[in-house]
Design a binder for this molecule. Sequence first.
Ligand code: DX5
Ligand code: ZN
Length: 225
Amino acid sequence: MRTYRIAPSILSADFARLGEEVGAVAAAGADMIHFDVMDNHYVPNLTIGPLVCAAIRPLTQAPIDVHLMVKPVDRIIPEFAKAGAGIISFHPEASEHVDRTIGLIHEAGCKAGLALNPATPLSCLDHVLHRLDLVLVMSVNPGFPGQQFIAHALDKVRLVRRRTDEEMRGQGRELMLEVDGGVKIENIAAIASAGADTFVAGSAIFGSGDYAASIAAMRRALASV
Ligand code: DX5
Ligand code: ZN
């Protein structure tokens, strides 16, 4: 039996009331708070940084799951660690030295994730999977909330699951498989069946009137897997 985690992406929250929104989604049962960092360089959008991470940190017990869509990536890692990040994920295309970046995240005391765009080959996991705590499979091209789930990502999740299972065999450690982009109540069970255990959902939660009801509906769908 897999442990499933739901990580609402605050990119779809009402930023004029961000603190309240974080509190509300945490009270609604979020397992982690997904925090999308965009730099208008690696991706064509500009969002929030370590100051905002530090501001929301005291508002919830849930780990903050920082998704860095920034290039370069290394310099900002200690700042997010100081701001209270629990997990820091980055894109291999945004780092000149992927192994070094993973090391920096661990040295800063955080869990390390590698985020794979729809067209990023799985070969980027070679030689680093043993050091990762999380693999993030993007099911949209990063940059914006509310995009359509790319169905092909399910095949990728199946392939990543095989590799993570193999990696974890005989080891006590945990290696999360997270999916980000277009996750909804309607498709979460299919994504879990493909092998994901951690689900980012922005518009599906914050776009709904009732966060607790949306998260509960996702959990019911996951219970059917
Ligand atoms: C996309 C971000 C996602 C996004 C998810 O670039 O990384 O986290 O905000 O939003 P939805 O769930 O609306 O696709
Ligand atoms: Zn994200």
